[in-house]
Design a protein around this ligand. Structure first.
Ligand code: SF4
Length: 72
């Protein structure tokens, strides 16, 4: 399961993971909102997780550790 950590998203740009997702599972209502992942469509390729290394707002929701925000 892919999770979006909304609090990490700066919400000031079109999310680049929308174009990276091979199955169109990522949408965004506007460039001022966080992306949303349709886990019904998602095939868990993790391309979006690797693409969002700057803000770390998209992550794998398996296991407690990977879902935790990174330490600062
Ligand atoms: S893990 Fe892959 S299929 Fe799932 S939302 Fe991310 S890019 Fe799309």
């Amino acid at each position: 399961m892919i999770v979006v950590r909304e609090e990490y998203c700066p919400k000031n740009h079109r999310c680049p993971t929308i174009d990276i997702c091979p199955v169109g599972a990522i949408t965004q209502k506007s460039k001022n909102s966080a992306p949303e992942v349709d886990n019904g469509k998602c095939i868990e390729c993790q391309k979006c997780v690797r693409a969002c290394q700057v803000f770390m707002c998209i992550g794998c929701g398996h296991g407690k550790q990977s879902a935790k925000p990174p330490s600062r």
